[in-house]
Write a protein that binds this ligand. Structure first.
Ligand SMILES: [Zn+2]
Length: 472
């Protein structure tokens, strides 16, 4: 079936919807996959991850750009089929000032579109195509459906884990050798089945909103072409299930679009506007700038790594509780920040963390993680952890021995080691606490403090470890 070529100017979202009635015969029926989370949890997790994203990524505060993407987004939202609407969900649309071709949507509705995606698109329909695909992951609740299937060890606040998978690298490199959670990508990286669902649902939403669904297939081709080495992040998060273009185009044939949106003035204007701005930085530059405390949203050259300056407030006596996934609860001094990557979570005060020779480092604080444990023996698993620590920290001493302690009502081990900081040459003490999860994997907590302050920090580490609650 051919798509008409009426060229009415766009009259805004409402008018466009009124005149774009769509016949939805013979379209593929999509139903949301099984999900252990409630829609309210989607919203909660998405909001947390979104606020983290806003801290780490340069969200544009440019009304011309933002309102354009919001217009497209709300037009698509208005076309969500009634059976998939969720009154709890709040759809928001923001543009990130980075050049990679990427976009991501979080459970419950927050969506972020990279400036590079808008710049790479040929038409508004192509922008709408990516957004409709992302929106479909949200309405089908794929993020939490995926997390429902994921490993039960959801260490690291799930929100933070999402960010780790967006910006990659970073925290945990210090000791991450041999650790794995397989969680970091739980919300954003989907399998073939979910991808095909999002493609087809997205095509249907596009058609209902008055867009030509074939533009979605065109945009995916553009993304593939501009892949470069390793391909764009979008494609690794949204792998081609195979025959993507064919089945989208086939679906498009079953979707009649009356009065499709052909007016491109809004799109042309926003592109011209973006063209006048300084070029967007890469995500890596932008996130490094954000960590270094530059004003968000600015562009330009990057600064040298920020080495921790050691000017650190003493640990607060009030403690803040964190749920790390659904299995682990912990309390840490309320003036420590949570720093996250795919493999571990670090809590540290300002001035105590940063980057050194491309690695994340900290001078005061704790890191928590789970290491794979093949032997299922607590002591040998702890030995392996210490070996991997020694490989990345050449100055570290060997532990004198292990104390047997209880952690979360389980058998645990504690030991201390001396180290000379590679960052500032200072002597520091490293305290290690380990126990086992139900499947035998090793839960570890590593405390780090300068040796001359260790007396104070040891009490803090003990209090943190005694706060651990395990519900795996
Ligand atoms: Zn996808």
């Amino acid at each position: 079936m051919k798509i008409g070529h009426t060229t009415f100017p766009r009259l805004g979202v409402i008018a466009a919807l009124v005149c774009s009635s769509t016949l939805v015969a013979a379209q593929t029926r999509i139903s949301a996959p099984p999900n252990n989370y409630t829609p309210a949890q989607d919203v909660e997790l998405g909001l947390k991850a979104a606020s983290e994203a806003r801290q780490q990524l340069p969200v544009m505060r440019d009304d011309a750009v933002t309102s354009y993407v919001e217009d497209v987004g709300h037009r698509l939202v208005a076309a969500i089929p009634p059976e998939l609407r969720r009154s709890e969900f709040r759809y928001t649309f923001e543009v990130v000032n980075v050049r990679e071709i990427n976009a991501f949507a979080l459970p419950g509705g927050p969506m972020f579109v990279n400036r590079g995606m808008i710049e790479a698109a040929q038409t508004e329909g192509e922008v709408a195509g990516v957004m409709a695909h992302e929106l479909s992951h949200v309405v089908l609740r794929h993020g939490t459906a995926q997390a429902s299937k994921a490993t039960k060890y959801e260490i690291g606040q799930v929100a933070g884990a999402v960010i780790g998978s967006i910006i990659g690298g970073g925290w945990g490199q210090v000791i991450s050798t041999g650790t794995q959670f397989g969680l970091g990508t739980a919300f954003l990286r989907f399998g073939r089945e979910f991808e095909q669902q999002a493609d087809l649902e997205g095509a249907q939403i596009m058609a209902r909103a008055g867009y030509d669904p074939r533009d979605m297939a065109n945009m995916f081709k553009t993304i593939e072409k501009q892949g470069g080495s390793g391909g764009p992040q979008w494609l690794s998060d949204h792998p081609n299930p195979g025959n993507r273009y064919d089945y989208i185009n086939k679906e498009a044939q079953s979707l009649r679009v009356d009065n499709p949106i052909r007016d491109s003035r809004g799109f042309d204007q926003v592109r011209a506007h973006l063209h006048q701005l300084p070029a967007a930085p890469t995500t890596e530059q932008a996130t490094r700038d954000a960590r270094n405390g530059r004003t968000r949203g600015t562009t330009g050259s990057t600064r040298p790594e920020n080495v921790p300056n050691g000017r650190v407030q003493p640990p607060s006596n009030s403690y803040k509780r964190y749920d790390l996934g659904r299995s682990i609860r912990i309390a840490v001094p309320s003036n420590w920040r949570q720093l996250q990557d795919n493999d571990s979570v670090t809590f540290a005060p300002d001035g105590a963390y940063g980057q050194y020779r491309g690695q994340s480092v900290f001078t005061h604080g704790i890191e928590l993680g789970i290491a794979r444990n093949e032997s299922h023996d607590l002591q040998s698993a702890t030995d392996e952890l210490i070996d991997s620590l020694a490989r990345s920290n050449p100055n570290i001493g060997r532990p004198a021995g292990y104390d047997r302690i209880a952690i979360g009502n389980r058998r645990g081990l504690r030991t201390e080691m001396a180290n000379t900081s590679e960052i500032n040459g200072q002597r520091e003490t490293i305290a290690i606490y380990t126990t086992q999860m139900q499947d035998g994997n090793l839960l570890y907590t590593i405390g780090v403090a300068p040796r001359d302050q260790y007396g104070q920090y040891r009490d803090v580490f003990e209090r943190i470890v005694s706060s651990l609650q395990l519900r795996d």
